[in-house]
Design a binder for this molecule. Structure first.
Ligand SMILES: NC(=O)c1ccc[n+]([C@@H]2O[C@H](COP(=O)([O-])OP(=O)(O)OC[C@H]3O[C@@H](n4cnc5c(N)ncnc54)[C@H](OP(=O)(O)O)[C@@H]3O)[C@@H](O)[C@H]2O)c1
Length: 325
């Protein structure tokens, strides 16, 4: 899954790239088209990748009850493949759009998908950032999930740690989004109670106005300053009530929610029973002790069980897709 775009060091596609947004959008779109890695001409609606292979192509019950996890035109539909395909390991060109298709939503309905990259030993950051974990294959999936979403939901800790910028959507993807009734570019929605966010940060200079989801207890002066550069929504008293926040997004027509973490926000959503889907890249490395995992905070009453619906592999990275039971 190479050729995924400009190789910013950060997984979040922002890294140190503080360039003009318009230029970045075009560069990104152009750079993604890497003909040598494609299995054939790309038609609208396709995102076929020859290097990636299906190891598990969806469980029939899950596919029927939610959406088409796995796709008849990319596997034989037999479920698990052994990976004994070609020398590259490719069992067939995989249509990533089909692999990560979201279910149709009724008005106001919300689907929450989270996306993380993790080392084999469970670390989701190295030196406080995720960039060291995600290679080019991971970044490709990371970007695709953004392009499929109505909104990117993220905690303030990650926004600061990863120096978040706006979502970058190449022109062909913008067209497809608009044709499908979505905004050309999904906004970023930041969750924060303390609002220690710099209104002059590049995220808030984006052409697409970000959202800030906060609570009554947030410092009024910071709230006022951020309201100049973002749509500030109050969703709770002392903390952001994630259910209220998701409802507010759904009412705005932003039902396909991609949560990019971090671990605190992700834990809140999962513990509240609001997580519909978890996409995880397992990178082939051990980070060692004392790193953040993909959940953080107080202990849960009980573990959360999910159903594994899909496993893709490329270059030793596993791409796992879990759905809510
Ligand atoms: N590997 C990956 O895929 C991945 C993905 C994302 C992040 N990360 C890593 O995770 C680390 C950041 O961890 P983190 O736990 O700080 O991330 P986080 O969940 O993004 O941020 C935590 C902050 O978000 C706000 N927040 C979250 N839930 C809230 C709620 N219900 N109500 C009000 N505010 C809420 C709070 O901000 P305030 O303090 O402003 O109130 C809280 O301090 C970074 O090192 C980053 O690189 C890794």
């Amino acid at each position: 899954m190479d050729g995924a775009g400009p190789d910013n060091p950060g997984r979040h596609g922002n890294g140190t790239a503080r360039h003009d947004t318009t230029t970045a959008q075009h560069n990104n779109g152009t750079a993604r088209r890497s003909p040598g890695r494609r299995s054939g001409p790309v038609r609208p609606g396709e995102n076929r990748v020859a290097g990636v292979r299906h190891l598990l192509s969806g469980n029939a019950d899950v596919a029927a009850s939610t959406h088409s996890a796995g796709s008849a035109d990319v596997t034989d539909g037999a479920g698990v493949t052994t990976g004994a395909g070609t020398s590259s390991g490719a069992v067939g060109a995989v249509d990533l759009d089909a692999c990560y298709r979201l279910p149709p939503l009724a008005a106001g309905q919300v689907h929450v998908r989270s996306n993380f990259v993790s080392s084999v030993d469970g670390a989701t950051e190295v030196d406080g950032r995720s960039g060291a974990l995600g290679g080019s294959a991971d970044r490709r999936v990371f970007r695709l999930l953004r392009w499929l979403a109505d909104v990117v939901l993220v905690g303030a800790g990650t926004v600061v740690a990863e120096d978040y910028g706006p979502v970058i959507v190449p022109p062909d993807r913008r067209e497809r989004r608009v044709a499908a009734g979505q905004d050309a570019v999904p906004p970023v929605a930041v969750v924060s109670a303390a609002l220690r966010l710099d209104p002059s940060a590049r995220l808030f200079a984006a052409p697409v106005r970000p959202l800030v989801l906060t609570c009554e207890a947030a410092p009024p002066a910071r709230r006022k300053a951020l309201a100049e550069v973002a749509d500030v929504l109050v969703c709770g008293e002392r903390r952001v009530d994630t259910a209220v926040a998701l409802r507010a997004l759904g009412e705005r027509g932003l039902g396909r929610v991609l949560c990019e973490g971090g671990p605190s926000l992700h834990a809140d959503l999962a513990d509240a029973g609001l997580l519909d889907e978890l996409c995880v890249t397992i990178a082939p490395l051990l980070a060692g002790p004392d790193h953040l995992r993909m959940v953080r905070g107080r202990r849960w009453q009980a573990p959360l069980t999910m159903t594994l619906s899909q496993v893709l592999e490329e270059d030793g990275n596993l791409f796992l897709r879990y759905l809510r039971r």
